[in-house]
Design a protein around this ligand. Structure first.
Ligand code: PAP
Length: 320
């Protein structure tokens, strides 16, 4: 046992840890495979330094727009939508839109796993206002500056069965794990998956959205898929930049919806090759469908997740 084993992680608050102690702190956390457990959630160990730096240093602006998600629920899609809505007046010519040549994760970066992962204190001054950022952190682990701010939070979640299948494909494609489908599923059911437990992540923002509906917009992948334009308008209203009737008449809502659609984004050269955040870019676009889980789950697996989520979401209005 190292001299800095469990007691180190147990008694220190993250803001007390200095950067030269990060390595010892991170290696003192409980691990399962490539995941480390930190304050009740499981993180890919290689993201932990970024998580700690982000928690310690990030200063929210009141005008920030923050997209919060568990992994594999459609973050890439919603990043594209938010960017297109917020910056629509600067990019009226859709033939030259930045989304045609930039992956959405480049336009709306993750704070923890992109910006604070590369530098202890990254320079964020070049981001125009309103700043658009994202994170996979649960609400409980957000830096105080976000919790205390009035900045806008958009949260997206998805049916856990499709989320799991999406995660499985993603991990397989990127060779993140040697576990089988069944082993990965068992871990998911125990809450041991990146930024899991999934239910605790969803509940952390749900509770906040109930208390502060002006601040947290709660969206579901399946609803967005079913009625994209309705939700695009809802998002724009929430962000206090509603589509004008002139914009609607000109078809701007439909244009943005098409620009950000799976069929459009997944066929762009920029999204078909290379890597993004050390992951194969193409692995961010698998099928983009609702209900793909039926092709992978046994009836027992389906029932098991139904039971878990029924119990975890008992007493809430959350449904999948
Ligand atoms: P991340 O956590 O790695 O960023 P994220 O973007 O949240 O992943 O989720 C990826 C899922 O969103 C994939 O789902 P699938 O595996 O079931 O196919 C991906 O295909 C889907 N997705 C990506 N872009 C879009 C889009 N424009 N419209 C709908 N779904 C999309």
């Amino acid at each position: 046992m190292s001299t800095l084993d469990p007691p180190f992680s147990d008694h220190l608050q993250e803001d007390e840890i200095t950067p030269d102690q990060y390595g010892d702190f991170i290696s003192s956390l409980p691990t399962v495979g490539f995941l480390s457990q930190y304050r009740g959630f499981w993180f890919p160990t290689w993201h932990m330094q970024g998580v700690l730096s982000f928690q310690k240093h990030f200063q929210a602006h009141e005008t920030d727009i923050l997209l919060m998600t568990p992994p594999k629920v459609g973050t890439t899609w919603l990043k594209a939508i938010l960017f297109a809505i917020v910056n629509r007046k600067h990019h009226l010519d859709l033939q030259k839109h930045p989304l045609l040549t930039n992956n959405p994760h480049i336009l709306v970066p993750y704070l923890d796993i992109q910006l604070y992962n590369t530098k202890e204190v990254p320079d964020l001054t070049s981001f125009p206002s309103p700043r658009l950022f994202s994170t996979h952190l649960p609400y409980t682990l957000l830096p105080a500056s976000i919790k205390d701010s009035t900045c806008k939070i958009v949260y997206l979640y998805r049916n856990p069965k499709d989320t799991f299948v999406s995660l499985w494909h993603f991990m397989e494609k990127n060779e993140t794990t040697t576990d089988s489908f069944e082993e990965t599923f068992d871990k998911f059911c125990q809450g041991v998956n990146p930024f899991g437990p999934y239910w605790d992540h969803v509940l952390s923002y749900w509770n906040e959205s109930l208390e502060k509906s002006q601040r947290v917009l709660y969206l579901r992948y399946e609803e967005l898929k079913e009625q994209p334009t309705t939700h695009l308008k809802r998002i724009a209203e929430f962000l206090e930049c509603p589509f004008s009737s002139e914009e609607e008449t000109k078809g701007m809502v439909n244009d943005i919806s098409r620009l950000c659609s799976f069929d459009h984004l997944s066929k762009l050269e920029v999204n078909k090759s290379g890597t993004t955040i050390d992951m194969k870019t193409e692995s961010l676009f698998h099928r983009g469908k609702v209900g793909d889980w039926v092709n992978y789950f046994t009836p027992q697996m389906s029932e098991k997740l139904d039971d878990i989520f029924k119990e975890k979401f008992h007493g809430t209005r959350l449904t999948f």
